[in-house]
Design a protein around this ligand. Structure first.
Ligand SMILES: [Zn+2]
Ligand SMILES: [Zn+2]
Length: 236
């Protein structure tokens, strides 16, 4: 898959499992990890308008609640599949196992999701129930739809950790995102040393920021993990 980023195009290099610029400035060079992470956010922002715009469509009765639910689900699916494709290095590189992970995440976004802390359901189905019962104002609806758009990050991190793991980067650390507002769990996760990638809590999960979390995971080899932690506790 070719991806457009700013005025450049780039493609996944299967040999070294990194994106390489194929057209435009810096042709032949590799795309930095930072640029890829920015791309995931740009991709979400590009699609967010369509999703949030459904709130006005519904408020102006241009669509029914059922149509709203179906269209919102479609937009959320589009965002999640794009995130998975960016993480995997293209749509054609997303394996059946990876699609299964995305499908599971989508099920949570559609109906099965529950906030671990509050026990509250957050799926689209329950949002529609709240709308039907007059519990959601227009500004609240827009805010909640923006959260569904941001939830796409969950699919990026799910697939990204699988890709990094397959590259032999079996460990990693949580890094705080570039914002001054972090919840306590995010600060705590970032304070841990290197851990096995499979047990690192993914950004957006189990924290108060939820889909708005901008933290990242930096993956590394077990050798680097041992060097960074002085050999203490990384297998915990
Ligand atoms: Zn947080
Ligand atoms: Zn965070």
């Amino acid at each position: 898959m070719l991806l457009d980023f700013a005025d450049r195009q780039f493609k996944w290099d299967t040999r070294i499992k990194q994106y390489r610029v194929t057209e435009g400035a810096g042709k032949g060079s590799f795309i930095s990890r930072e640029a890829i992470l920015r791309l995931t956010l740009d991709s979400i922002e590009n699609n967010k308008g369509n999703l949030v715009g459904l709130a006005d469509e519904l408020a102006n009765q241009r669509i029914t609640l059922k149509e709203f639910q179906l269209e919102a689900a479609k937009q959320v699916r589009l965002i999640h599949t794009q995130q998975a494709a960016i993480a995997a290095g293209g749509f054609d590189r997303v394996t059946p196992e990876m699609w299964l992970s995305v499908a599971r995440e989508l099920q949570r976004q559609y109906r099965t999701g529950r906030n671990i802390e509050t026990g509250q359901r957050y799926g689209l189905k329950w949002l529609c129930e709240d709308i039907k019962n007059g519990k959601v104002s227009l500004p609240q609806l827009k805010q909640r739809l923006a959260l569904y758009a941001n939830s796409g990050k969950a699919s990026f991190w799910e697939i990204d950790t699988q890709v990094q793991f397959n590259k032999g980067l079996t460990h990693g650390i949580r890094k705080l995102g570039a914002t001054h507002r972090h919840c306590v769990p995010c600060l705590l996760y970032a304070s841990y040393g290197p851990q096995p990638l499979t047990s690192i809590i993914r950004p957006t999960q189990q924290c108060d920021c939820g889909p708005n979390c901008v933290c990242t995971i930096f993956a590394m080899s077990i050798e680097d993990a041992i060097a960074m932690s002085g050999g203490v506790g990384i297998l915990a």
